[in-house]
Design a protein around this ligand. Structure first.
Ligand SMILES: C[S@@+](CC[C@H](N)C(=O)[O-])C[C@H]1O[C@@H](n2cnc3c(N)ncnc32)[C@H](O)[C@@H]1O
Length: 208
């Protein structure tokens, strides 16, 4: 919980970021058990007043069934104030593709059960669908190089607007170089706990 708050929420300048925008979009690589999502949802409810809304889009190549997620997150459930139960009540069957979960009047989760590199080109930037913050969370680059691919960072740039932020717990030099090549200004930031460094970034490109 503390690491999620440090790396992904504070690392993306949240809650400040979503207080500046009436509609805020987060893109995440690797939904896992949904811990980052639940932490973001809770902080959003606590710090953003109506009419602000949050759209959370998360990719997951190996989705977990809700029966697996429940015992993993049960120890934290009191802290989530009923949000874990709401998520599990609406959690979709493990069918590949896009699943949209309307979790409250202001919070929507789009779960995409597919390899992020295969699915992300299908997202459209039309209207105001651009992503405001990226949570890059997908196992270590060294053990999962297929995900941490320059093609992913190019797609992230396509879906970003000037000022879009990103954060990830990894400080791998290759990741930082590839993100920079895609148009993000990246920096090494102090890491969580015993991790010396993590990476944060901001998109400087000129997407309309
Ligand atoms: C560290 S876990 C994510 C934890 C999660 N964000 C949470 O809050 O519980 C990394 C996740 O990335 C997923 N993953 C790895 N490679 C992927 C890929 N190419 N596309 C989509 N998801 C991927 C894994 O299945 C795993 O669930």
């Amino acid at each position: 919980m503390a690491e999620s708050a440090f790396v992904f929420l504070a690392g993306n300048n949240l809650p400040h970021g979503w207080q500046q925008k009436s509609r805020f979009v987060i893109g995440e690589t690797g939904f896992g058990t949904g811990l980052n999502f639940l932490a973001a949802w809770k902080l959003f409810d606590e710090t953003a007043a109506p009419p602000h809304t949050l759209d959370f889009i998360s990719f997951e190549k190996y989705p977990l069934r809700s029966e697996i997620i429940r015992p993993h997150l049960q120890p934290y459930s009191a802290g989530f104030d009923g949000r874990l139960q709401k998520l599990l009540d609406r959690y979709p069957p493990i069918i590949p593709g896009f699943h949209r979960l309307v979790l409250s009047e202001r919070v929507t989760l789009t779960l995409i059960f597919e390899d992020v590199n295969a699915a992300i080109p299908k997202l459209d930037t039309a209207g105001d669908m651009a992503v405001d913050a990226w949570f890059l969370d997908g196992f270590k680059p060294a053990t999962n190089p297929d995900m941490w691919h320059p093609a992913l960072f190019a797609q992230m740039a396509r879906l970003s607007r000037k000022g879009t932020r990103l954060s990830t717990y990894t400080a791998a030099g290759q990741v930082r170089r590839d993100l920079a090549a895609a148009g993000f200004t990246v920096q090494k930031a102090p890491g969580f706990g015993r991790k010396r460094h993590m990476t944060t970034g901001i998109y400087d490109g000129e997407n309309p």
